[in-house]
Ligand binder design. Structure first.
Ligand code: O7E
Length: 222
């Protein structure tokens, strides 16, 4: 498994709030339990791209969830800027086709950064288009030598099928646990780490909730 990010407790916090103080408040409570934060449009569009360096300065791995999905030239620029701003990894869509993904892969390699390829998604609407092509997207990733992937925890059967295509060398992260209905035990049969947002940041007691999640993770892999 080739991944430079070491994800503590196999748990990535999805910081989807639109207020940096609120995110910091949650992180203060769970900082000894997680070391990897996924940030995306809600936070960056509200508080600015500098959120990346702020979390880096606090010692977190930062995965920029920009679900990059444009033509190759634009994809390259988005990835380059995101990496220059300090992100360790960027999330990229595969449905746009091999050339667009390759542009991201090439710049990630050049800058010694990580790229995660979205193969399928967790929401019901993903069945309409994405799911029908998920195996082809996985194959694009393999052809390009991509090691890191995103698979949905709400579709454990598909997760296992695609994991077989990707092989043991792949590193898979999976969102959809909790609020979206995904289960930790089933997910960790095909994924190496899970992404959790609302179950943590909407919890009355984020620290206790996160500890419980980690207990479940440890039970699932024992
Ligand atoms: O449901 P939550 O609140 O635990 O949040 C899940 C997070 O994962 C949230 O940031 C959402 O945007 C993201 N996500 C999905 O929920 N489903 C997907 O299929 C893909 C993602 C995602 O993060 O993609 C890149 C990893």
């Amino acid at each position: 498994m080739v991944i430079k990010l070491k994800i503590k407790n196999k748990l990535i916090f999805a910081a989807d709030l639109d207020n940096l103080d609120e995110v910091n408040n949650i992180l203060n409570q769970i900082s000894n339990l997680i070391n990897t934060v996924k940030i995306g449009y809600p936070l960056v569009l509200s508080e600015g791209i500098e959120c990346i360096s702020k979390f880096k300065n606090l010692g977190y791995n930062v995965i920029a969830d920009f679900k990059v999905a444009d033509i190759p030239a634009t994809n390259k620029k988005i990835c380059k800027i995101t990496f220059e701003k300090g992100a360790d990894a960027i999330i990229v869509h595969g449905f746009v086709g091999k050339d667009s993904v390759k542009a991201c892969k090439d710049i990630a390699k050049k800058m010694n950064k990580e790229l995660f390829l979205v193969v399928d998604m967790s929401h019901p609407g993903s069945r309409q288009f994405l799911e029908k092509n998920s195996k082809e997207i996985a194959k694009i990733g393999l052809e390009l030598g991509i090691k890191n992937y995103v698979l949905p925890s709400t579709k454990p059967k598909i997760g296992l099928e695609i994991r077989k295509i990707l092989g043991d060398e792949a590193f898979v992260i999976s969102p959809g646990i909790g609020v979206q209905g995904g289960e930790i035990k089933k997910t960790l049969k095909f994924a190496d780490a899970i992404i959790v947002g609302r179950s943590i940041y909407q919890s009355k007691d984020p620290m206790t909730t996160t500890k419980k999640l980690i207990n479940h993770i440890n039970l699932a892999i024992s």
